[in-house]
Write a protein that binds this ligand. Structure first.
Ligand code: C5P
Length: 400
């Protein structure tokens, strides 16, 4: 686990720059994207380096710039594969006519071309060239092939060109490209067509006909997460223990009382579930023998035998093909240490830790997200806001 804490998982973009006078506009683009909270990794072709220096991009993004397919000193082993595996999207801006031709034919003659070929993320290009090069049937043929391959083409715009001519071929302005990238990331954090199962609230473990054991969980966090998943267009099932809350507009709401009821409700849904978010404060123990009648009061000592409840999350995470599982840990001390131990024990890709005394029953919470990329702190905010940030984080991790 890394020790450095960031607020949320940043989206990562590989910005490819090819040779053309519009390469100078890519500096502004790198600045806007970085300012917009995106982790930008620049890769330049050799000819792009003749127009703008890599140091400019290194300074603007804070990341090393790569350009050489044969770089032996690069920190990245097999850089061409690793770089494209660690990003969420590639944007080539400007994309020259020559680069577009190579891309259309699957060439791997530069580091950037190799990365575009060896990728499993989406690719967008912003062409920039002289108008006759743009209008040439060969270029148009190549662009048709790229469109068929699912590559998004942004622009070009028309206007005055570097060569003095007027026509179509100018690279779209940096601000427009930055907005397009942000919008594409927005869409990618949607959970459209995903089945999300959320458990929420406390459980109630009966002692007799009228009494029972429960805890102080209000269900607010679980309900807020179900609502945020609905907003992200997921198909949401909420399995709720006893709460006093108005339920969000989920696709399916299942009311349960005990941990055992909750386990059965979850098991019935799990084969259809893509993402399981276990927010419920499930009682760890239940009464061994529940009395069907109200137990009479007496002056004598009275004790009940408690037996462990099933661990619902552990059962789901241990399935041969588990959904993406998210756990919660409310701790009163040694928060991070205990939470990370739980994450490992239950083999969870993500665990959300909070201080029990701050979070339980309250409208606000500070959350610490622990995943394979490290620790991400969501400073104190309303549970509604935290839930939205958490759903974004989950969708990003899920899609990686
Ligand atoms: O109780 P514990 O701290 O281990 O809870 C961590 C996670 O496990 C929570 O996400 C909780 O919903 C889940 N859990 C469960 N079944 C239990 C106990 C906890 O699903 N019996």
């Amino acid at each position: 686990m890394t020790t450095g804490a960031s607020h949320v998982l940043k989206k990562r973009l590989l910005l490819g720059i090819t040779g053309g006078i519009a390469a100078y506009k890519a500096a502004e683009l790198a600045r806007l994207l970085t300012q917009g909270g995106i982790d930008v990794q620049v890769v330049m072709t050799q000819s792009a380096c003749r127009f703008v220096g890599p140091v400019t991009f290194q300074s603007l993004t804070g990341n090393p710039v790569y350009s050489d397919l044969w770089e032996t000193n690069a920190a990245q082993n097999m850089a061409h594969i690793n770089l494209s595996r660690t990003v969420d999207m590639i944007l080539v801006a400007p994309a020259s006519a020559d680069f577009i031709a190579g891309l259309a034919h699957g060439l791997a003659d530069s580091l950037l071309a190799t990365l575009c070929l060896a990728r499993d993320c989406s690719l967008m290009i912003a062409p920039a060239m002289n108008r006759q090069m743009w209008e040439n049937p060969a270029t148009q043929r190549n662009l048709t092939m790229l469109r068929l391959d699912g590559i998004k083409i942004i622009g070009p715009a028309s206007g005055e060109q570097a060569c003095g001519e007027i026509g179509i071929g100018r690279m779209v302005e940096a601000s427009v490209l930055a907005e397009t990238v942000q919008a594409a990331f927005q869409t990618s954090s949607s959970l459209e067509s995903k089945n999300v199962l959320v458990t929420a609230g406390p459980t109630f473990e009966a002692i007799d006909a009228v009494r029972g054991i429960t805890n102080k969980s209000s269900g607010k966090m679980g309900y807020a997460i179900a609502q945020a998943a609905v907003e992200a267009n997921a198909k949401v099932t909420l399995v709720s223990g006893p709460t006093c809350l108005a339920p969000p507009a989920v696709d399916k709401l299942i009311h349960v009382v005990s941990a055992d009821d909750m386990l059965h409700a979850v098991q019935a849904e799990i084969s259809e579930t893509d993402i399981f978010i276990s927010v419920a404060a499930v009682a760890d123990y239940r009464v061994a023998k529940i009395s069907s009648r109200k137990i009479k009061k007496s002056d004598k000592k009275f004790s009940v035998e408690l037996i462990p409840n099933p661990d619902i999350l552990l059962a789901v995470a241990s399935l041969p093909r588990p959904p993406f599982c998210v756990g919660f840990a409310a701790e009163t001390e040694d928060l991070e240490k205990n939470a990370e131990m739980k994450r490992r024990k239950k083999n969870l890709p993500l665990l959300v830790a909070n201080l029990a005394q701050d979070a339980i029953g309250s409208d606000e919470s500070e959350l610490i997200l622990l995943d394979d990329t490290g620790k991400h702190v969501l400073p104190k905010a309303s549970k509604t806001e935290q839930a939205r940030l958490l759903i974004k984080h989950i969708s990003l991790l899920y899609k990686r």
